[in-house]
Design a protein around this ligand. Structure first.
Ligand code: 13P
Length: 245
């Protein structure tokens, strides 16, 4: 399976620079050996999707509500993302879990809503620094997987150790190898044969200089990139480091 290089633009980019960034990605996207996805903030989804139409670079949201519509001020439904041109959505990012109190159960409901609306979900899991210091990283991630993924699950999992996000501290190749092998085993335990085909992305300070070694680790099915996805040049350099299928 091709690796997936996904950019999570978080709360960055007004519409004009977002379109400029999307055009830069589009120009360099030809011939890369991976699938490409960008996830702009809600307000930039539509213009970015228009700028990327026909390019093969997909567009996603960064969150959605668990319900299809209703009295939920400030929330955005999965079907609205779809309507704006998104085909993917990130769900359960640690910044949502921490800043908005999202639980595994809510994440699972959002995943169901996303799939219902025709979106492919990327479900994020990962331990905090304290949990790792206490030796609980596999236990925590195992619980997040069983609580956050509905059965059956058609989507992608992103392992993002919270302590590596936006810190410049990347997990070592060995940490990543251990955790991705663990996530793979859990997916196979919980989903049987189908668990072998679920892509597992690594996220957390991935950048051009470390992408090649991280993307070469067994069971790493791509990357979820924050900071380095905000420059087309860096994002594309990571994409060029992807392992051919
Ligand atoms: P950074 O690449 O900025 O560490 O962010 C990773 C991330 O949270 C992607 O979802």
């Amino acid at each position: 399976m091709r690796q997936l290089i996904a950019g999570n633009w978080k709360m960055h980019m007004l519409r004009a620079p977002a379109v400029e960034l999307a055009r830069g990605v589009r120009e360099g996207a030809q011939g890369v050996a991976c699938d490409l996805l960008v996830c702009p903030p809600f307000t930039a989804i539509e213009p970015v999707a228009s700028a990327l139409a026909g390019s093969g670079v997909a567009v996603g949201g960064q969150d959605c509500h668990a319900k299809g519509q209703g009295a939920h001020t400030g929330d955005v439904a999965a079907v609205m993302l779809r309507d704006a041109g998104a085909t993917w959505v990130i769900i359960g990012h640690s910044e949502r879990r921490q800043n908005h109190g999202e639980t595994d159960e809510l994440v699972r409901e959002k995943v169901l809503a996303a799939v219902d609306a025709g979106l492919t979900p990327i479900v994020c899991v990962g331990e905090t620094e304290d949990q790792r210091a206490a030796g609980q990283e596999t236990e925590v991630v195992g619980w997040q997987i069983s609580g956050s993924l509905p059965k059956p699950f058609s989507g992608v999992v992103a392992y993002e150790p919270v302590w590596a996000i936006g810190t410049g501290r990347t997990a070592t190749g060995q940490d990543v190898a251990i955790m991705h092998a663990f996530v793979r085993d859990e997916l196979v335990r919980q989903f049987g044969e189908a668990g072998h085909d679920i892509r597992i992305l690594y996220g957390g300070s991935m950048r051009p200089a470390n992408a090649g070694s991280l993307l070469a680790v067994p069971h790493v099915g791509g990357g979820l990139i924050g900071g380095a996805s905000l420059k087309a040049e860096d994002f594309l350099a990571i994409a060029r480091a992807a392992k051919p299928a």
